[in-house]
Design a protein around this ligand. Sequence first.
Ligand SMILES: *[C@@H]1O[C@H](CO)[C@@H](O)[C@H](O)[C@H]1NC(C)=O
Ligand SMILES: *[C@@H]1O[C@H](CO)[C@@H](O)[C@H](O)[C@H]1NC(C)=O
Ligand SMILES: *[C@@H]1O[C@H](CO)[C@@H](O)[C@H](O)[C@H]1NC(C)=O
Ligand SMILES: [Zn+2]
Ligand SMILES: [Zn+2]
Length: 463
Amino acid sequence: MALMVPALMQLVLLFLVSSGRRASSASSFFDEDILLGSAFRDASGLISQRRERNGSSGSKSSWGEGGWKEEILWLARRPETVEWLKRLRRRIHENPELAYEEVETGKLIREQLDGMGVEYCFPVALTGLVATIGTGGPPFVAIRADMDALPIQEAVEWKHKSKVPGKMHACGHDAHVAMLLGAAKILKIREHHLKGTVKLLFQPAEEAGIGAKRMIEDGALMDVEAIFAVHVSHEHPTSVIGSRAGPLLAGCGFFKAVIRGREGHAGNPHHSVDPILAASAAVISLQNIVSREANPLDSQVVSVASFNGGDDLDLIPDSVIIAGTFRAFSNASFYQLRQRIEEVIIQQSSVYRCTTSVDFFEQERFYPPTVNDEFMNEHVKKVAIDLLGPENYKIVPPMMGAEDFSFYSEVIPAAFFYIGIRNETLGSTYTGHSPYFMIDEDVLPIGAAVHAAVAERYLIEHG
Ligand SMILES: *[C@@H]1O[C@H](CO)[C@@H](O)[C@H](O)[C@H]1NC(C)=O
Ligand SMILES: *[C@@H]1O[C@H](CO)[C@@H](O)[C@H](O)[C@H]1NC(C)=O
Ligand SMILES: *[C@@H]1O[C@H](CO)[C@@H](O)[C@H](O)[C@H]1NC(C)=O
Ligand SMILES: [Zn+2]
Ligand SMILES: [Zn+2]
């Protein structure tokens, strides 16, 4: 709660930090992007010539309103776009930054947005930012990328291996940033097609620190009526989209209980209050929550993973600490587990005259389930199939992993989807958080195109 900013202050803050920073200077590293910008301008010139030749009217692009697929894919797949996306992703991959430390990553993003003439608010949630493209008016739709890396030593030997010992983009957030910047580029070029405003959320601290919650507290969802995000997945072939309606990722929480008794000689137990017995009873009782209180068709887990107290064979200790994790797929079950774990530990300890406090780390590691809104999921599915064909869309089963995207999906209709990065030839077959994790970079333009199309089509359908 210490991180909360009162709503009115958020408004003022957001207003103060809002600024339309037009491109004046581009970074030296990305000088080529200036060229890329003009290439796009040439390209639009080319587009309008073609339109005139084709004799269509009323549309600013050769493909017209109905040609959004072709144009978005064409923009995304242009060789200079693909090269630029790879450069961005590799630059971020080489310099991974952990939660709330995404300073250079953020700077790179802002340079790119400046170069495109895209406006943004910075900072949001310390190191994050929110860019806007479109009319500036409603409806507002959001697309999100996370920016943080993991405390893992990269084991992949390649030219653009992490240059920071012990840190690695092992979850693909480097690709997420590149794809969202690609979407920014596409949407900026097609801004005249937007029937509202797209907010692009570059979010810090997904892996730790629940950056999504902080983005919301800082007003990132203000006026936004729907939000979408994509995550790379080694379970699907490159560029295949996967999603499902309803629960997609588990809610994941942790608990740590300090059970306090009174120290005393173990030979005269009546002079002590024994926390070991209290903790033992609590551990046994915790097993009953899932087995006796949960619907067997509603998957849930409670695991005690740590039990510590005392180190003297002849002394009953003052306190015992038990700790563990819990998972559930529905919001109600997740919060119910949290409540029952607390009640069971506290009340079971009190039977044995102990006093207990339970910490749920709600500011650091507390992820409700990610639940896809039925209509938003349908939207993703429709856009993916329209854009990439039915063979490139799959309905996926729920998974035990967790995502802080759930904080957005708790507040507004949302859909989280996967994009495949699996390519046996390249060896991109390792799961996220593996030191061998790598992606097939051919995913980048497709990810950018899907992001852009999901946002643009949402505005067309709801504008
Ligand atoms: C121009 O029109 C032809 C015939 O109507 C069509 O096949 C073609 O795709 C159009 N080209 C563009 C660039 O819109
Ligand atoms: C999930 O449950 C919590 C606690 O009951 C509640 O505050 C929150 O609004 C719920 N979210 C959704 C999406 O139902
Ligand atoms: C895997 O990557 C190789 C090399 O880039 C490429 O030729 C091949 O088409 C890719 N395969 C798939 C299934 O994407
Ligand atoms: Zn991760
Ligand atoms: Zn991730």
